[in-house]
Write a new protein. Structure first.
Length: 187
């Protein structure tokens, strides 16, 4: 079933074009007054909250949250927050995460090397050891996402492949070619 044809008069086409052009050229939303709640929105965004969560918390729409975060004031405030955090810690977020990962690994090693703890709680140390082995891919977990490259071939295709291999073997015997298994591929 086809959709009904919409016929627009020439003046309607021009009006639509003017409206479309006005939407394209419309300036971005800018607040008439910068309210403290806008700073809270920017801070929540800097803390990693999603626009949806911020909108729910502040009673705004997600579009309004996005409009706030796209203002020049919000961008400036976000930059100031990141500079302040970097200045306060003296390192970037990636550096901090790397430092935390190293510290976590040290603590895992301490627990695994604690013989007294192993004697008191052998099951706990075993669980932690298995977890480390799984993470380092020394042991595969039963629910792992390893990919088995099994090829499922329909019976008809298998018969065609078998017939092709038989014809290949026949051609090789007729031409007295060297068998594939005896070809040295290490050269």
């Amino acid at each position: 079933m086809s959709s009904p044809a919409i016929k627009l008069e020439p003046n309607e086409l021009e009006e639509n074009q003017v409206r479309r052009q006005a939407r394209i050229n419309r300036p971005r939303w800018e607040p008439k007054k910068w309210h403290p709640v806008y700073e809270e929105v920017v801070l929540l965004s800097a803390l990693g909250y999603s626009n949806i969560d911020i909108a729910k918390q502040k009673g705004f729409t997600t579009v309004h949250v996005s409009n706030i975060l796209c203002t020049q004031q919000a961008k400036t405030l976000m930059e100031m927050i990141s500079i302040r955090l970097r200045h306060k810690t003296g390192e970037s977020m990636e550096d901090r995460l790397e430092r935390y990962a190293e510290k976590a690994m040290q603590r895992v090693e301490e627990v695994l090397n604690d013989d007294e703890y192993a004697m008191r709680s052998p099951g706990g140390i075993f669980d932690r050891a298995i977890t480390v082995l799984k993470v380092t891919n020394k042991v595969k977990s039963e629910g792992s996402t390893t990919v088995n490259n099994n090829l499922v071939v329909p019976v008809e295709a298998m018969l065609e492949l078998k017939k092709g291999m038989e014809l290949s073997d026949k051609a090789r015997s007729m031409n007295k070619l060297v068998p594939i298994a005896s070809i040295d591929t290490t050269k």
